[in-house]
Design a protein around this ligand. Structure first.
Ligand SMILES: C[S@@+](CC[C@H](N)C(=O)[O-])C[C@H]1O[C@@H](n2cnc3c(N)ncnc32)[C@H](O)[C@@H]1O
Length: 287
């Protein structure tokens, strides 16, 4: 999978960067977008990079070290931003979800294609794992989770199969779960039949929708009037939260009515851009 930042040109334009600006990247990842932001705000612009995953945080910190005191990094969820001292911001970027390294590193448990522990935590210090959900949640809760966060048509059947299987043996690995779903689905569908269940588990383990709603609320407060909010989401449920948040906000105005998607050229070069949707909002000047 590619490590190239998604929708790079569109993100830079959406953030409306000028030299000297203070920008917060709430999902630093490996620092791909952050590097571009630092170049566009040179020579004195400030970047605050927030990352929940210690491994990615460490890699990004190292990659950005040449920028010295222009960079501040915070190892936390952007949803907790209110508990940090943050100056007024000219622009905010959120590039949601997991990074390519999460999928590439089998030991993190994000991929049904590789054998690994059923983990899926961005923050490995937190207690809740995918294994705890799969083995501990009642059947009805699993059914609702797969239906609501995975939009999985066969949520009931899968929840039933899991609760029966775990009576015999605890489900501890990604492949154990993926094989169970595969067996149930047979050859049906164009995508791997475990895709939606894995998505739902990842969202629940990391409370991704809760973090997103908290983050959007707090980050909007930190934006200066005229400041830009740019969000890239990777599935319709996330995009809906962002779209509705902007629509219902009394402080934000949507810059683009329809989400921006990747160009044909980017789609050819970077498969991850396929499902990316970018929304831009501007904080209104006080009247
Ligand atoms: C798609 S990647 C970002 C890639 C980045 N824009 C780049 O160019 O390298 C998303 C990153 O956000 C992190 N992340 C996910 N949820 C987060 C949260 N609530 N707070 C902070 N970081 C989060 C993930 O660990 C992952 O590294």
């Amino acid at each position: 999978m590619s490590h190239v930042p998604v929708l790079a040109a569109e993100v830079l334009e959406g953030l409306a960067l000028q030299p000297g600006m203070t920008v917060l990247d709430g999902t630093l990842g490996l620092g791909g977008h952050a590097l571009l932001i630092l170049e566009a705000t040179a020579p004195h612009g400030q970047l605050i990079g927030v990352e929940r995953d210690s491994r990615n945080w460490a890699v990004a910190k190292e990659r950005l070290t040449n920028y010295g005191d222009r960079v501040t990094t915070i190892r936390d969820s952007y949803g907790n931003i209110a508990s940090h001292q943050i100056p007024p911001l000219d622009a905010v970027l959120l590039d949601l979800g997991f990074s390519s390294v999460h999928v590439d590193q089998a030991d993190r448990g994000f991929s049904f294609m590789q054998e690994g522990p059923l983990d899926m935590r961005y923050d490995q210090g937190q207690e809740l794992t995918a294994e705890a959900i799969v083995n501990g949640w009642p059947r009805d809760d699993l059914n609702r989770l797969f239906r609501e966060y995975g939009e999985e048509h066969y949520s009931g059947e899968i929840a039933k199969a899991i609760t029966e299987a775990r009576k015999k043996q605890r489900i501890t690995t990604t492949t154990q779960l993926a094989d169970l779903i595969l067996k149930l689905a047979g050859g049906r569908g164009a995508i791997h039949p475990a895709t939606k269940v894995f998505q739902a588990l990842r969202i629940a383990v990391n409370d991704e929708f809760g973090e997103l709603t908290r983050g959007l609320t707090e980050l909007t407060k930190l934006l200066k009037p005229g400041g830009r909010l740019v969000v890239i989401s990777f599935h319709s449920l996330e995009d809906r939260i962002v779209k509705n948040f902007i629509k219902e906000s009394t402080e934000l105005v949507a810059v683009n009515k329809k989400p921006i998607i990747a160009s044909d050229e980017e789609l050819r070069q970077n498969p991850r851009s396929r499902s990316a949707k970018l929304r831009i909002a501007s904080k209104q000047e006080p009247t």
